[in-house]
Design a protein around this ligand. Structure first.
Ligand SMILES: Cc1ncc(COP(=O)(O)O)c(C=O)c1O
Length: 390
């Protein structure tokens, strides 16, 4: 009998699972869509003009690593945002962070570590690309709870030393999707010291870095600069999808050690799909502009305030420090999502669909994820309905 096709045992992605759960039932009211984290705030005002001016540039093949003006705009943004100076040799343009987070494992994960199968550390719950990346390179994905007990970030330092010695890569998401937790400087410094001790690489998914409540989240590159960390241990991933409400542009970047970036660039030269040049021109303008980012953040601040007003005092509600999700404790999250849909037309995602049962249970099982991306009055209506039903 033929062996099963590779990846044939992957679970359905979260959203097909949600459709299966909910779509057999009519909504119990005018639908409020709070399941998908797709930004809906206005795009920056210059997108159409830049595209028009650069339309001829659809003709040539785009540069694989990113056009010089885009790399320069990214380098300048990193300097303003994190106080770090990185040249183009330490940057690589991506088609959004998802592609880069996946391909980083392809480029950087060794086939063995210390003669054994490498491990890839993954927070649980997690963005699903991390797991498929680990499986694609034949590594063992190790799911590490990122729950209320651990401050909603994974406590990699609590893992057995033998497992840490086998770790080749550690994914971190800060600000975290779905929890909205933020790694502070002390947390990053501890992780960098652990990575040094056990010789693994940190892949920091910081695609929500610009959506925050009170203070801009710290970043791994700034912490690495303070610690004088080996640059080859640290790779940070950023995106315009959330920062600039340009999810459809498919534009992000990775910044890190020169050798690791060169390895990713080489792989990409064979297998990547470089971002079309006119889109790179839009991206360069977007990284150079903060006005549209401030305007979008002001709208998110209104939504945080609405969440506090509508859900404050509810035992399962913890105000997020950043990002645009609520990670609400509801009891059985699948049952809660079904009830909210059938009784009120509110569509949220069961937390279990973002987590994995690691033998101690699924850390999202008693939660739902609520996206604060709809217009403010819709968000208020949805949260009020949630409050009434929970
Ligand atoms: C945690 C996290 N990482 C990465 C991504 C991928 O974003 P993009 O590829 O649009 O940059 C997302 C998108 O929702 C996300 O939530």
């Amino acid at each position: 009998m033929a062996a099963p096709a590779r990846f044939s045992d992957l679970p359905d992605y979260a959203f097909p699972r949600l459709r299966k759960l909910l779509d057999a039932h009519p909504p119990g009211g005018d639908p409020v869509l709070m399941a998908i984290g797709e930004p809906t705030h206005p795009m920056p005002p210059f997108v159409a003009d830049v595209l028009r001016e650069s339309v001829e540039e659809f003709r040539p093949y785009p540069p694989n690593e990113g056009a010089p003006d885009l790399l320069e705009a990214i380098g300048a943004w990193l300097g303003r945002r994190y106080g770090v100076r990185l040249g183009p040799e330490r940057l690589l343009v991506l088609n959004g962070t998802r592609e880069g987070l996946y391909n980083a494992a392809m480029a950087l994960c060794p086939e063995t570590k210390g003669g054994r199968r490498p491990a890839v550390l993954i927070p649980n719950p997690f963005y699903q690309a991390y797991m498929v990346a680990a499986l694609s390179v034949g590594a063992e994905p190790v799911f590490v709870p990122a729950t209320a007990e651990t401050g909603h970030l994974p406590d990699y330092g609590a893992l057995p030393a033998d497992l840490l010695d086998r770790a080749a890569l550690a994914y971190v998401c800060s600000p975290a999707n779905p929890q909205g937790a933020v790694a502070d400087r002390a947390w990053w410094l501890r992780l960098l010291a652990l990575a040094e001790r056990h010789d693994f690489i940190v892949l920091a998914d910081e695609c929500y870095a610009e959506i925050w409540r009170d203070a801009p989240p710290d970043g791994v590159l700034a912490a690495a600069a303070e610690a004088g960390a080996d640059p080859e241990r640290v790779f940070a991933f950023h995106s315009l999808s959330k920062r600039s409400n340009l999810a459809g542009l498919r534009s992000g970047f990775v910044a890190g050690g020169e050798k690791g970036i060169a390895a990713m660039r080489r792989l990409r030269a064979y297998a990547g799909a470089p971002l079309p040049l006119p889109l790179q021109r839009v991206a360069a303008r977007a990284w150079a502009d903060e006005d549209h980012v401030d305007a979008s953040r002001a709208l998110y601040r209104q939504k945080y305030a609405i969440a506090d007003e509508e859900l404050g005092g509810l035992p399962g509600y913890e105000p997020p420090a950043a990002g645009f999700f609520l990670w609400l404790r509801t009891g059985d999250g699948e049952a809660a999502a079904l009830r909210l849909w059938r009784e009120a037309g509110v569509r949220v995602l069961p937390g279990a669909y973002l987590g994995r049962d690691d033998g101690r249970g699924n850390p999202g099982a008693d939660r739902v994820r609520v996206a604060l991306v709809a217009p403010c009055d819709e968000v208020r209506r949805g949260l009020r309905l949630i409050r009434e039903r929970l």
